[in-house]
Design a protein around this ligand. Sequence first.
Ligand code: 13P
Ligand code: SF4
Length: 310
Amino acid sequence: MAVDWDERTRALREEVLRLRETTGAVIVAHNYQRDEVQEVADLVGDSLALARFCAASPKTLVVFCGVHFMAESAKVMSPDTTVLLPEIDAGCPMADMVDEDGLRAWKAGHPGVAVVAYINSSAAVKAESDIICTSSNALAVVRSLGAKEILFLPDCNLGAYVAQQIPDVKVHLWPGFCITHNRVSLADLEAAKHAHPDALLLAHPETRPEIWRQADFVGSTKQIIDYAAASPAKKFLIGTEMGVLWKLRKDSPDKTFYLLAPGMVCPNMKKITLRSVRDALLETKYRIEVPEAVADGARRALERMLAVRA
Ligand code: 13P
Ligand code: SF4
């Protein structure tokens, strides 16, 4: 898809690409990043694809265009790599809804019950967990445990989806949620369906159960993008953050995509700009560091996830 970037954006883009070359950096970006940031990335993907890539990449310098927990996971998986997050305050409010003390107290109330942590959590929380999952492999991860009961955190909407899909496992839910997905209401869905009655609904499991229960497809950002590209349908309601529209429209210019509700924007994902990527490369900032003991625990839980084949 031809894009008409303005002159300033084109100049910054060239500068970033030049710096990427001279520093030998690899730039990775989540599907929610700004269009122009996705454009300069070596890999754009969902949380699982980015985690796998960073675990396998031989590069010594990674610029992570995403939010803090993602860059932290990259650092945990590649301790010898310099991992840069271009905006140090690009966090994830959902990940901040649980800390290691809260998790320890929860575990104490449920002795012996396995803890499944969504990747949207801090390294310290991961280190207290048995296994990590993402939205694309949560079902496979939970099935791999063969457990009768689990503690799932922090996203109660994804946890409820796991519970619905695997009814023989008792899923205890932590009351966390994504501010961007959880705000979509049934009224939004009804309005969108009324406006586009012939569009398929593709929803992220971070939306509320009353939304994903009515979806034609539920999946991670990458799974939604792949589903739309492969589908013979021509119109789609997209129940996730607006950043995915870039790739959806690029892959399927003949199809029409409507955001399920206005305001499906993650302000933290949008903090990173081409300018901050340029500055990250120029000034080698902001370096992500994880204390070794925490990193060791988090790595064990992440590696256990990466060994599960979805
Ligand atoms: P995925 O790209 O893994 O679906 O993640 C969605 C998300 O909210 C990341 O913060
Ligand atoms: Fe966190 Fe939601 Fe933003 Fe993802 S979209 S980074 S879950 S706040």
